[in-house]
Design a protein around this ligand. Structure first.
Ligand SMILES: [Zn+2]
Length: 63
């Protein structure tokens, strides 16, 4: 599939990941359209904040 992973389709996925709602692939900053650098501070902040949630050490798995 040839998908540009446009930012409008990118949704937050569990574990700090992002996912494209068009093709359902996991996407990284480098994969999206337009470039992450061009998104604007608001979106960049939201992306980083979501990613940071997964950067924490994993909680012990529930028994
Ligand atoms: Zn996509």
């Amino acid at each position: 599939m040839n998908c540009s992973h446009h930012i409008q389709w990118v949704i937050e996925a569990p574990n700090g990941l992002h996912q494209c709602a068009q093709c359902f692939e996991a996407v990284a900053k480098k994969d999206i359209t337009p470039k992450f650098e061009d998104l604007g501070a608001e979106l960049q902040k939201r992306w980083d904040a979501h990613e940071a949630r997964a950067a924490k050490p994993a909680a012990p798995a529930p028994a």
